[in-house]
Ligand binder design. Structure first.
Ligand SMILES: [Zn+2]
Length: 90
C-alpha cells in the first residue's frame, strides 16, 4: 500500500524490477518543464529538463549546447543576436 504522499498522481509511477526478480511500483517525482527560448519562447533542444537535484549527476555537455547563448536562446535567435552584435561594433 503506498503511503499518502505517494497516492497523488503528481508523482510518476515507474515499474522497477528488483534484484530478486519481483516487479515493484515506485513513485518518482516528475521532470521539470522544458527550457524555452528567452526571445521567441520555442522549446530548447539539447537541454536536459530533470530536477535540479539530479543535474549534478549529468555531464555538463548534456545540460546545454556548447555555443554562445546555448541553453538560453534557440539557434535562430542566437544567430540573429550574434549578427546584430557584430554589426553594431563597427
Ligand atoms: Zn528563439
Amino acid at each position: 500500500m503506498p503511503s499518502g504522499k505517494d497516492k497523488s498522481r503528481s508523482k510518476r509511477r515507474v515499474f522497477v524490477r528488483t534484484p530478486a526478480g519481483k516487479v515493484k511500483l515506485h513513485h518518482v517525482k516528475r521532470n521539470d518543464s522544458k527550457a524555452q527560448c528567452a526571445e521567441c519562447g520555442a522549446v530548447l533542444l539539447g537541454v536536459s529538463h530533470v530536477r535540479a537535484s539530479r543535474l549534478k549527476n549529468i555531464a555538463k555537455t548534456k545540460k546545454r549546447p556548447s555555443r554562445p547563448f546555448g541553453g538560453n536562446l534557440c539557434s535562430i535567435c542566437a544567430r540573429k543576436k550574434i549578427i546584430e552584435r557584430t554589426r553594431s561594433q563597427k
